[in-house]
Design a protein around this ligand. Sequence first.
Ligand SMILES: *Cc1c(COP(=O)(O)O)cnc(C)c1O
Length: 374
Amino acid sequence: MSDSPAAPPVRLRPEIAALPAYKQGRHADAAAYKLSSNENPFAPLPGVLAAIAAADDINRYPDAAATRLRQALAGRWDVEVDAVHVAAGSVSILSQLLSAVAGPGDEIVYAWRSFEAYPLLVTVTGAASVTVPVSAEGRHDLDAMAAAVGERTRAVLVCSPNNPTGPAVHRDELEAFLARVPADVLVVLDEAYAEFVTDPRAVDGLSGLPYRDRANVVVLRTFSKAYGLAGLRIGYAIGDPRVLDAARSTAIPLSVTGHAEVAALASLECEDQLLERVHALARRRDELAQALRDAGWRVPDAQGNFVWLAAGEQTMDVAAAFDAGGIVVRPFAGDGIRISVGEEESVEKVVRIAASVVENLPPEHEGRALAWGK
Ligand SMILES: *Cc1c(COP(=O)(O)O)cnc(C)c1O
């Protein structure tokens, strides 16, 4: 076989044929720390593992409606059960929502750089992406995003905290933004990292409750990050039941396994213990960000379980230095590097490598604190 991709044997939609093949955050060697996928470094709690082990009826299909988990989440957030939708990861819910609202000729607005799944999911619907650059501080420019909403816009994606740059959207910014977006345009508030947020001005889609008075807002949450269930694939949405019904209509039936559902239920039962870990990770994140700043990097406000180094043109070189030092990071060529907050012992290593490579950047490099008079 040759290395160049052969033409596919069947006729594909041209926009799908043009997509690059999916690349996952690399798996780490035994000696390396995998800080490339924003996973939770803590091992699952014994109670969660026990619940999974006890779910032995795998010859049966799961409950298609994930009723027990939806009831638990409805109680947790004080909403009706139909205002909760569960799927195999919150990315699945996003895909369902987008295919429910958009198709060829439509537009979906989101910030860039943001979550790498967004352009892909939009392309698959047949709609066009309209991207609005994040600020130099890695923040959503919600004024510009509101201005980008037009006749063809069917959805706006707001990622808070923004993966991969780090800052959260502020409540007042979101309020002003929602006031400008037509009430029949879906606004998805992707809060995959909500539990890690410590900025008091940040939006909290489920406590500030923008969706309660705005039926066009859907909040996405996940068990993958704070709750450490990335491998089981389970996330949820809270929103208007009529909007969520549309997502349910486009869902592939029975995608949420019984194991994922019982693990999520068990996680809600030991939520206090899990959130203690989240708080420890948030403190570790703040220490890591500060140490990187002290080393000479300009690090945007980090509100998730990751930090961002704007390595620009040097991104692949900097990533190679981390790699050589046993740290697997997530580089975005030409732009920057996302580093997850992982095991305690990884922090010192990350800082040591980051401190050694920052010296090789030109003094005016955008990733250097120096260039910003700091
Ligand atoms: C990780 C992540 C998700 C959630 O992924 P699932 O594992 O599918 O729940 C969603 N949005 C963003 C921005 C993420 O980083």
